[in-house]
Design a protein around this ligand. Sequence first.
Ligand code: SAM
Length: 254
Amino acid sequence: MIEQNNALAPADAAADAAVAPAATGGIPAGVTHPKTIKSFVRRAGRTTTGQAKAFEDLGPRFVLPYTAAPIDATATFGRSAPLVLEIGFGMGEATAHIARVRPGDNFLCCEVHEPGVGALLKRIGEQELTNIRILQHDAVEVIDHMLPEGSLDGVHIFFPDPWHKTKHNKRRLIQPPLVAKLAARLKPGGYLHCATDWQPYAEQMLQVLSAEALLQNTAEGFAPQPDYRPLTKFENRGLRLGHGVWDVVFNRRH
Ligand SMILES: C[S@@+](CC[C@H](N)C(=O)[O-])C[C@H]1O[C@@H](n2cnc3c(N)ncnc32)[C@H](O)[C@@H]1O
């Protein structure tokens, strides 16, 4: 998602605007208590008519309410199957593709951006997918409160916001505390697959995952792109422009 990642300079700018410490004594205006650092900013974005209709028609079946209680995946999906968590699916292009080519797996997909949720619902309808459920909520809270240890067979984090500026690097998802939580939630043999088009973040991913004792690299360093992860149109355009893309795939040790 080269274009969107490059367009994340606006996300950096939005983050700057959201926190104006000099003017507010360290706490953003309107906030009564300090917040934890989030890996996202709520971007403005228009939900199209088609997305709104998909929300109305398919939301009740495919969008789960966030609750601070462990999820019963078998009941939620109506079947018992390997469970894969996706963090930050954007507009859901790769998500829908993967659900289609892996019909035997269940995909629990988190995204906070409302038009993205609408876009994935639309794809679910168009492609008649049944193995996706969506949580429109901060994935970190989902991991903390809904996913018990050893409950996941896989985790996908594709093109997470790179947070280019050094002062925003702390917002990156792939950092030791979150990776430790994800590793603990994987079953032995389960996998964690990250991809990025931002080389410094790729190196951080490799370093952080290598340092997690529960994880083992499936490759010598960066991994070949697994065949289930499609080249999205944004990635294709970036590749044509000569940008690199790096995949990192680790397994939970037995
Ligand atoms: C750069 S986009 C990539 C989207 C998609 N994976 C792709 O490859 O096109 C990153 C997405 O992650 C979402 N995101 C970031 N942090 C998140 C979190 N903690 N929980 C849920 N979604 C998050 C953002 O809203 C954004 O849509």
